[in-house]
Write a protein that binds this ligand. Structure first.
Ligand code: CMC
Length: 379
């Protein structure tokens, strides 16, 4: 029953609702640009902190700008004891559920929570960026029966995150791999969770609320949850020789293969390259090549799908990197959140700077002109 003669753009595919200067996903050729710089250039040559400055402030920092910016991030990492208590009370929840609740509770400790001026959002956004790894690590330690580890300001953002999770300071290669992982996950055009964060920001709600919206949206298996699914698949497959029969079974049941396909990319996701290489190197270093071999074989068997534009995406290799770093699977999305939260801040700033309430239309297909029947006369 259609009452309105309007064309639907389901899932808002191919709808441009705003313009951005932060990131550009070029789907047909598989390119990703951050403020004019190719993601490969940044992943190979920049630190995560430099890229966060580029994205939040608008240009690559010089040495003294980076020092000041990085110092602010390092000094902002700790979280109030009350938030640690909140985490303790809900420690049995999924890490993403705990994260969104903890970020929400951080708002209670800001005196200017409703200030949506550019400088206020940037300051609070940098602080949340610095605090999110502390929340993720504190929750993981508390649920494991261990005490949270205080942030170490002598370590980079990536190295400190790994240190707070495990208690061991990572070597340079491992810290750099996590750094790269955070860089390639930072921003990605109008992805579902950044769009959701923008919708919240467009009502002039506060930055904490908009980030909670983003984190909640990221959790879904069609978005941030795929890396967890990929590693589950690798574990289910178990041996390289099982890959073909496993994929045939999936195909017969018309089930999706996690880590393949993308709403925008019709070529290989450019972010996958860095994590594939990271996974290969880690497998070599740890003397545990099995998962890299299984996933390489899955990639090989999925090649025919590329003709339909279903290619490998960033999550395919991310999962194996985290697994080889000894990180439990239910924390994989939280790592994506550690990287993507500054991306939300960038898009929330853009939204607030030239705000327009995001309020699309939805076509009504329901019944009309029904007559109200009092409750005692209804069958
Ligand atoms: N495995 C098998 N078939 C697939 C897959 C897949 N991973 N992805 C899409 N297809 C098929 C789908 O079944 C459909 O086939 P048909 O036309 O015969 O019904 C066709 O491709 C189009 O599917 P769609 O859902 O309309 O395409 P989409 O562009 O909206 O899908 C996607 C994007 C990410 C939801 C989807 O590719 C998917 O579910 N992938 C698996 C989950 C995943 O890896 N997500 C991580 C995305 S990257 C991280 C991020 O940026 O969030």
């Amino acid at each position: 029953m259609v009452h309105q003669d309007v064309e639907l753009k389901r899932g808002l595919r191919d709808v441009y609702f705003e313009s951005t200067e932060s990131s550009f996903v070029i789907g047909d050729v598989g390119r990703l640009i951050y403020r004019g710089y190719d993601i490969h250039d940044l992943a190979e040559n920049a630190s995560f902190e430099e890229v966060v400055h580029l994205m939040m402030v608008g240009h690559l920092p010089n040495k003294s700008e980076l020092e000041q910016f990085d110092n602010t991030l390092r000094q902002s990492r700790s979280i109030p004891n009350e938030v640690i208590q909140v985490i303790d009370h809900i420690k049995n929840g999924h890490p993403m559920d705990v994260l969104r609740t903890a970020v929400s509770s951080l708002a209670a400790f800001e005196s200017d929570v409703d200030d949506t001026a550019h400088d206020a959002t940037l300051r609070k956004g940098m602080k949340i960026t610095a605090q999110v790894p502390t929340i993720v690590a504190a929750h993981h330690r508390i649920r494991s029966g261990l005490s949270p580890i205080d942030p170490d300001t002598s370590l980079s953002h990536a190295a400190n995150f790994l240190y707070m999770l495990s208690g061991d300071k990572p070597d340079q290669d491992t810290a750099r791999l996590m750094d790269k992982d955070l860089i390639v996950h930072l921003d990605h055009g109008s992805n579902a969770s950044s769009f959701a964060a923008r919708v919240t920001a467009s009502t002039l709600a506060d930055v904490h609320g908009a980030i909670v919206t983003g984190i909640s949206t990221l959790k879904g298996p069609l978005h941030g949850g795929a890396a967890e699914g990929v590693m589950k698949m690798a574990l289910d497959i178990g041996e390289v020789d099982n890959v073909q029969s496993y994929l045939e079974g999936k195909r017969e049941r018309k089930e999706r293969i996690m880590g393949f396909g993308h709403a925008v990319y019709r070529a290989e996701d450019p972010r996958a390259r860095h994590l594939r290489e990271g996974s290969r190197l880690l497998a070599e270093k740890k003397g545990d090549p099995k998962w890299f071999q299984i996933l390489s074989k899955v990639e090989e068997h999925m090649r025919p799908y590329a003709e339909r534009g279903i290619c490998v995406n960033v999550d395919f290799w991310a999962g194996s990197v985290y697994y080889l770093l000894g990180i439990p699977e239910d924390l994989f999305i939280s790592i994506f959140a550690v990287a993507r939260v500054p991306g939300y801040v960038v898009q929330i700033l853009e939204q607030q700077d030239k705000n327009m309430l995001i309020r699309p239309q939805i076509r009504y297909d329901g019944p009309m002109d029904l007559k109200f029947i009092p409750i005692d006369q209804r069958s």
